[in-house]
Write a protein that binds this ligand. Structure first.
Ligand SMILES: NC(=O)c1ccc[n+]([C@@H]2O[C@H](COP(=O)([O-])OP(=O)(O)OC[C@H]3O[C@@H](n4cnc5c(N)ncnc54)[C@H](OP(=O)(O)O)[C@@H]3O)[C@@H](O)[C@H]2O)c1
Length: 339
């Protein structure tokens, strides 16, 4: 049998594990040109929460309907193949996570342009890194820094949600490129992790006020902001940016889990200071995956890049993993490992 996580009912406020349900069904059969994949690692990503709401923002993926299966980036082993390019036992990445078995089609199935079915050759590396620093998180961090912010060694950069998957990579890659980096996170433990293990200046965004914390660490302001959070964080960044500063809008997690998205009331600051703000999705920059992997893998191998994982075990824990990650209870890349 195959177990698959579905949306049981739309969350009222914050996501609860009871909003999701595991259903059991027969293992699906691959058709011509398809492969059956036994999933081994599931990537737990905050943006899935956007699709559990009644409506999604214009231009984004459609909402999931109650009863529909959750999807997400995943790694798995080919269990059966009716596709000439794949053989049994190979590792593939794809987008049909949150289930034990998936029939992966020959055509491009992506999440926002990222994650088309791909054979993964891990070499000696842990396979799950291809869902984290060598996968979507790595590409997102790299694109935000290199392509969107055009980061230079002269920049002072603020990264929000800096103890998370994308944020911890963005912060460390920026340091390795010579920038001065400050990071924010939501607990004393995470701030200690940023300061003591990643070696960056850091503050807890809960206290005192964001603007004061930023001013304490960057008294003359910042040049660039890598935004994972939106809302009050983006408002504070607009205040702290120096003239001609840049913002990379990567995500807005503060508005995903039941809270009304809070837009910045101080957008005119962009006019006054000549700021540049650009949103992006990693899936529009797949051509940068190869240079990203080369840079990140070199740093990982040399021990210059610290990568932490929060791993949940079994499909039974996938709902709890998603709830924990959204509430800030995990650090680094959140994953679910399937036996
Ligand atoms: N543009 C793209 O292509 C792309 C791709 C991947 C991810 N993203 C975005 O990147 C961001 C980070 O994703 P991730 O996968 O690395 O997740 P993550 O940072 O590992 O996990 C989410 C974190 O968000 C923080 N958070 C939750 N509510 C918050 C709030 N109200 N205010 C401040 N922080 C809050 C929590 O950390 P604390 O304990 O610090 O609060 C939580 O650990 C998300 O916005 C995501 O949508 C964008």
């Amino acid at each position: 049998m195959n177990r698959r996580l579905c949306l049981a009912r739309r969350p009222a406020g914050k996501l609860s594990v009871t909003d999701l349900a595991l259903i059991e069904e027969p293992v699906p059969e691959p058709g011509p040109g398809e492969i059956l994949v036994r999933n081994t690692w599931l990537s737990i990503d905050p943006s899935l929460r956007i699709r559990l709401a009644e409506t999604t923002p214009d231009g984004y993926l459609p909402p999931l309907r109650p009863g529909e299966g959750l999807t997400g980036l995943a790694l798995g082993v080919v269990a059966e193949t009716r596709h000439p390019d794949y053989t049994v036992g190979e590792l593939v990445s794809h987008t049909l996570g949150y289930r034990e078995y998936a029939v992966v089609g020959a055509g491009a199935q992506t999440i926002g342009g990222y994650g088309a079915p791909t054979r993964i050759e891990t070499g000696d590396l842990p396979p799950q890194w291809f869902l984290g620093p060598l996968g979507s998180a790595g590409l997102t961090a790299y694109v935000g820094l290199v392509e969107i912010l055009e980061l230079t060694a002269a920049d002072t950069l603020w990264v929000s949600s800096a103890a998370g998957s994308v944020g911890s990579l963005a912060a460390q890659l920026a340091v390795l490129r010579g920038a001065t980096v400050l990071g924010s996170a939501g607990s004393p433990d995470k701030v200690a992790y940023l300061r003591d293990e990643l070696g960056i200046a850091a503050f807890d965004y809960h206290e005192p006020a964001l603007a004061e914390s930023l001013a304490a660490l960057a008294p003359t302001g910042i040049d660039a902001y890598f935004d994972n959070v939106g809302g009050d964080h983006l408002t504070a960044a607009l205040g702290a940016l120096r003239p001609q500063g840049r913002i990379a809008l990567c995500g807005a997690v503060s508005g995903y889990d039941g809270a009304a998205p809070a837009g910045p009331p101080n957008l005119f600051t962009m006019v006054a200071k000549g700021l540049r703000m650009r949103g992006f999705r990693a899936g529009s920059f797949n051509h940068l995956e190869a240079p990203m992997r080369a840079e990140v893998a070199t740093h990982l191998a040399a021990g210059r890049l610290i990568h932490r994982e929060s791993v949940f075990e079994g499909i039974e824990q996938a709902a709890a993993a998603l709830v924990a990650m959204l509430s800030g209870a995990t650090t680094g890349k959140t994953l679910c490992r399937l036996a």
